[in-house]
Ligand binder design. Structure first.
Ligand SMILES: C[S@@+](CC[C@H](N)C(=O)[O-])C[C@H]1O[C@@H](n2cnc3c(N)ncnc32)[C@H](O)[C@@H]1O
Length: 293
């Protein structure tokens, strides 16, 4: 991780939060597709590999996965089902859904997801987001067994959420929130009865020294597994690119050949207890799959 990871919060990635809490997922997924969002394409295959290794190391038949800042549950959907990120987003771009009501969208998605082939590891997924409609949608369509609309950066988790976190094996997060909210991260990890593994894919420059400190204070070893950075999404404007390059450089990243090519770049970080930090060469699934640029 960059030694000069920024100490203060900088919201330099434009936030499109009017799509974050709609009655269904369409506008959010259409927005991701229009922006050329590719974080999930690269990160989720690694998350699947992490889940397989965690299940092997702990001998778990049904790992408990917690999707933090989950939005409508795309990370869980891609971990659970045999569908690519591109195919997933393409589905929602269809004009056939333009006049579909939200109620109908819930039902259509529930049916579609239940018919999709599953990935081999039968995990249970729970999700949390401040956006109550988004997590509610994900639960309604069958992605989450349980969902929480809480802001644990602002206040401690409810008893129900604490109970869920106590039994979590893996926390997954795409979108930098775990790095930008170290108090929330501390609360997630404090509630665990056995320390979970955590895997995140923050945009370069959004990773925070405080977040890495929190992981270490909870006895976790943080690692990139030697995985290369990957494109997160295209820049919207030359200004956005210039800001991103300056911030990524200030955080200690080499930007030539990365942000200079026209996209934000992201990096996988995995945090695990030291005695479970197995070498990647032993993993049942090769985590580099999906990280081709
Ligand atoms: C960039 S989106 C990423 C969503 C999803 N993980 C994905 O990969 O598409 C960031 C998400 O963080 C959520 N968020 C913002 N502040 C939060 C908080 N304090 N606690 C939990 N979620 C939060 C937003 O509602 C939004 O759904």
């Amino acid at each position: 991780m960059p030694s000069s990871a920024p100490k203060t919060k900088t919201n330099f990635v434009t936030i499109f939060d009017d799509t974050y809490n709609q009655p269904d997922c369409r506008s959010y997924y259409r927005m991701l597709r229009a922006l050329g969002y590719s974080n999930h394409t690269h990160a989720v295959p690694v998350y699947r590999a992490v889940l397989a290794e965690l299940a092997r190391v702990r001998g778990l038949s049904t790992p408990q996965v917690f999707d933090f800042a989950s939005s409508y549950g795309i990370v869980s959907a891609l971990m659970k089902h045999q569908v690519s990120a591109d195919a997933f987003l393409d589905r929602y771009a269809s004009a056939a859904f333009d006049d579909t009501s939200s109620e109908a969208m819930h039902q259509i998605d529930a049916e579609w997801l239940s018919g999709l082939a599953r990935n081999p590891i039968e995990a249970r997924y729970k999700g949390l987001d401040v956006a109550s409609h988004a997590v509610g949608f994900a639960q309604d369509v069958g992605l989450f067994d349980q969902c929480f609309a809480e802001d644990i950066q602002a206040k401690p988790p409810s008893p129900e959420l604490s109970e869920c976190l106590a039994h979590t094996d893996l926390i997954v997060e795409c979108g930098s929130v775990a790095h930008l909210m170290p108090i929330a991260l501390d609360r997630l990890l404090s509630a665990a009865s056995r320390k979970p593994w955590l895997v995140t894919s923050p945009v370069r420059g959004n990773e925070r020294a405080e977040a890495f400190d929190v992981m270490r204070q909870h006895g976790l070893v943080v690692d990139t597994l030697g995985l290369p950075p990957f494109p997160h999404r295209r820049f919207e404007s030359p200004d956005e690119q210039a800001r991103a390059i300056a911030i990524a450089r200030a955080a200690g990243h080499e930007t030539d050949g990365f942000e200079t090519t026209g996209s934000f770049f992201a990096q996988i970080y995995i945090a695990r207890p030291k005695d479970e930090s197995t070498p990647v060469s032993d993993w049942p699934i090769n985590p580099t799959h999906g990280l081709e640029r």
